[in-house]
Design a protein around this ligand. Structure first.
Ligand SMILES: CC(C)(COP(=O)(O)OP(=O)(O)OC[C@H]1O[C@@H](n2cnc3c(N)ncnc32)[C@H](O)[C@@H]1OP(=O)(O)O)[C@@H](O)C(=O)NCCC(=O)NCCS
Length: 335
């Protein structure tokens, strides 16, 4: 279900009992737990995860080596009581034979990405007994920070680590020059991002091609006035702006996130990065953008501070996309 370079994470089955029991009955592995698990406790562990899958759509998943198919542990998300609050927690247990080879890190990162992409949680946690250095180092390697230290009857002292959605976005997104990619990339992103309504491509396909060609024919412009947003290095979005009316205004041009990555806060981060760059133009008075009332985009612009200043009925071929909306952010008082 989740794949990484070396691992596959899949749901537990009752057949995993023997392999799991070998891990969790081991006193060294369970040194930071109140006690190693007996058989009944181990069975309950599997049952609890099966219930979690059914109830929440996640739980601890079995971690399997892709190369050999060996079960080497588990990693996933469960709801845990962390200092009195029920919070989504990333947990991990790896067979000691496989320790210190980066498997917990690799699994935990994939689980973190899965959780932010597939749930609405705005923060994820890991907690452990303060002595469990392998566990807290795994949390740190997962981009988490220590957020709490508190008395906990089962651990004496527990440490809690967390990563917010914003921190995760900063860690996984990068912004790259269009010219690092091949001609057609921008066209591909736009086509995908607008695939929710086939009328978009019917109206704008030619414009998308032309814009893509324009940037690749003018690499200096492409490098300065737009960028490609990447998720773990894979291109997922694009934004550009037209600087020709500086210092009166700069107008945001194409701005899109591909369908599979919408709804995760990436569009907002992409826009924020573009605004950060545009605001660096000295003496700039306004940032403008034109969009359409039937698209989701107006919400994104409003959320980062754009204010509607004009609205025109759209009678053209693209009338289905709604009225033309004119938004702006005023950077300095106009005379
Ligand atoms: C915690 C555990 C899952 C780590 O698994 P692992 O596959 O060995 O971890 P990784 O190799 O991915 O290492 C992750 C980080 O922890 C560090 N680390 C792992 N074991 C460590 C140890 N015993 N002492 C110090 N650091 C350790 C690694 O160096 C790495 O940190 P780095 O990025 O700074 O180099 C494993 O030790 C385990 O299963 N322990 C028993 C179960 C448990 O306690 N789970 C956590 C419950 S809260």
């Amino acid at each position: 279900m989740i794949e990484t370079e070396r691992l596959r994470l899949r749901e537990y089955t009752p057949d995993d009992f023997d392999a799991l029991y070998e891990i969790v009955s081991d006193p060294e592995t369970m040194a930071h737990y109140p006690a190693p698990f007996d058989e009944a406790r181990t069975r309950r562990w599997i049952d609890w995860n099966l219930e979690n899958y059914a109830q929440y759509g996640f739980g601890l998943w079995a971690v399997v080596l892709k190369e050999t198919g060996a079960f080497i542990g588990d990693c996933g998300i469960t709801l845990q009581n962390i200092d009195g609050k029920t919070l989504p927690e990333i947990g991990y247990h790896i067979h000691k034979q496989y320790w210190r080879r980066g498997f917990a890190k690799e699994a935990a990162r994939a689980v973190r990405d899965w959780a932010f992409l597939n749930t609405k949680y705005n923060a994820l946690y890991s907690y452990m007994k303060y002595t469990n250095e392998g566990s807290w180092r795994t949390a740190l390697a997962n981009g988490m920070k220590k957020v709490k230290e508190y008395p906990d009857p089962k651990n004496m002292i527990s440490w809690a680590f967390a990563i917010t959605r914003e921190e995760w976005i900063r860690a996984v997104l990068s912004f790259r020059k269009l010219t690092d990619f091949d001609r057609g990339i921008m066209y591909g992103i736009l086509k995908d991002a607008y695939s929710f309504d086939e009328r978009c491509a019917r109206c704008w396909d030619g414009n998308w091609r032309e814009t893509d060609d324009f940037f690749f024919d003018h690499p200096r412009i492409a490098e300065r006035y737009g960028f490609v947003t990447c998720f773990h290095g894979e291109p997922i979005g694009f934004i550009s702006w037209d600087p020709r009316n500086r210092p009166e205004y700069v107008e945001i041009g194409h701005n899109a996130i591909i369908t599979a990555y919408k709804g995760n806060g990436f569009g907002k981060a992409q826009l924020a990065e573009a605004l950060r760059r545009v605001r660096e133009y000295e003496g700039l008075k306004e940032i403008r953008v034109r969009t359409n009332s039937n698209l989701i985009a107006p919400k994104n612009y409003e959320r980062v501070g754009f204010v509607l200043y004009d609205r025109k009925e759209n009678r053209g071929e693209a009338a289905f996309s709604g009225d033309d909306l004119y938004y702006r952010i005023q950077l300095s008082e106009k005379e």
